[in-house]
Design a protein around this ligand. Structure first.
Ligand code: ATP
Ligand code: MG
Length: 433
């Protein structure tokens, strides 16, 4: 019995090559959010289970069968790993009166947890970028968030992601529609699958979201919520579309687009791709004016969306948008007592000047250290032997420029300048000068 311990199914390690790409991606995301004036918020991963029951709704896939819930054995609290971020974000806004003075634009990035069947693009721990606004009622902010998501695809060099939008109207409008929809489904009871039958009296709108091809035709003939909207809801929806047209963002109205969570009203949208198999939705969101009230606060208009990071990064990697791995600038090779005594200080002084340094650990002959330097991908070896150390110098050896530049001795104080001079002609310097 000597089995190694494995990670939990559907919860993946992100190994260095991929993690480097994630860092690049996260930096882009932060700049992108800032360009729209959205500020970061960091939220707990564990929340009271009751938060999600109230916010997402008891009769939803997430709460019914996907949540990791448990009782804290130390104090009996009922807790859940967050399956999404909006509920926690709304809770925090309410708890800290964040939007009491002025509306808020917020974003976060982090892991979410859902007990689903793992497959490509669907995991049990996955990451979302969440963007939320609180306190804005008009269609301008809905449109802003759609434009914002469109820009991220551009920033990442992605095309072919299709935008679908719909309006879910207001709760009263939905209630009238719901009655008509249940009528329709009851008339077509023999076309309903088991799941749909179960949903019929608890959450019939969710039936519209079914991916079962056998129900497609029956669903395409079903009554449309858009036909039940009052003048105000229609005007709101048109307001969103107007901005999209003004800016030139293409969209399709999908009258059967409903979202899997109960808190949405008015605008809903999804960005879809056909390049990830069945896992087509890269980004989804909409307006949720009822949520803060549902959590016990004064009603407050709100709107947001979430991007599935694994699905998005899979698309970026597939479309060649992956940047080359950031390289270390210098590998520091040293041997001998005098060299040992100054090597760490030389490395630190290079780092002081924005140059990244891989410090040779574990000793070894010059030859074996040079092998490691070559294999490291660094651009330069900085070599210190006792000779160099005695003269307060190092040998600077380019590792990857096909002999264009010979190795040379330079003074310790002058190494950084020498390297920077070289990088200025190379434009692949990724230090922080
Ligand atoms: P789906 O219909 O694919 O199950 P959803 O409606 O449950 O998606 P949301 O709750 O709207 O998804 O989450 C927003 C985004 O998060 C999704 O569009 C998707 O990109 C991503 N996402 C959701 N669940 C997972 C998961 N289990 N693994 C990876 N990404 C996910
Ligand atoms: Mg889902």
């Amino acid at each position: 019995m000597n089995q190694t311990v494995q990670s939990v199914r559907g919860m993946n390690d992100v190994l260095p090559a991929e993690a480097e790409f994630w860092e690049f991606f996260e930096e882009r995301v932060r700049l992108w959010a800032k360009a729209y004036g959205y500020r970061p918020i960091r939220l707990p991963i564990v929340e009271p289970t009751s938060l999600f029951k109230r916010a997402i709704g008891e009769v939803t896939d997430i709460v019914e069968k996907e949540m990791y819930s448990f009782e804290d054995s130390l104090n009996g609290e009922k807790l859940s790993l967050r399956p999404e971020g909006t509920a926690g974000c709304a809770r925090a806004v309410l708890q800290h009166h964040l939007a009491a003075q002025r509306p808020q634009r917020l974003y976060y990035l982090g892991p979410m947890f859902r007990h689903e069947r793992p497959q490509k693009g669907r995991y049990r721990q996955f990451n979302q970028i969440g963007v939320e606004s609180f306190g804005f009622a008009g269609p301008d902010i809905d449109a802003e968030q759609i434009l914002m998501s469109a820009r991220l695809w551009d920033d990442l060099g992605l095309d072919g992601i299709e935008l679908q939008i719909n309006s879910l109207g207001q709760p009263e409008e939905r209630a009238r529609y719901r009655a008509e929809l249940v009528d329709y489904f009851e008339k077509h009871a023999d076309s309903l699958d088991e799941e749909a039958k179960r949903r019929l009296h608890t959450n019939p709108l969710r039936i519209l979201d079914s991916k079962n091809p056998a129900m497609r035709e029956m669903l395409s003939e079903s009554p449309r919520l858009l036909d039940h909207l009052g003048a105000e809801s229609v005007a709101h929806f048109e307001g969103v579309q107007q901005v999209l047209s003004d800016v030139g963002v293409a969209y399709t109205i999908n009258p059967r687009l409903v979202r899997g969570l109960d808190y949405y009203n008015l605008t809903v949208f999804e960005w879809l791709t056909d390049r990830l198999g069945a896992q087509a939705t890269v980004c989804a969101g909409g307006r949720y004016d009822g949520l803060v009230g549902q959590l016990g606060g004064k009603p407050m208009p709100a709107c947001g969306f979430a991007i599935g990071v694994e699905r998005l990064t899979a698309l970026v990697q597939e479309s060649d948008g992956v940047p080359t791995a950031p390289q270390t600038d210098v590998y520091l090779v040293y041997q001998g007592d005098a060299a040992n005594a100054i090597a760490p200080r030389v490395a630190e002084s290079l780092r002081d000047q924005g140059i990244s340094v891989l410090f040779n650990c574990g000793g070894g002959s010059f030859k074996s250290q040079m092998k490691k330097a070559d294999a490291s991908g660094a651009l330069y070896a900085v070599i210190i032997g006792d000779d160099e150390a005695r003269d307060d110098e190092v040998t600077l050896k380019p590792l990857r420029d096909d002999g264009r530049e010979p190795q040379k001795r330079v003074s310790i104080d002058g190494v950084a300048d020498e390297i920077v001079k070289y990088f200025l002609d190379e434009d692949d310097f990724d230090g922080c000068l």
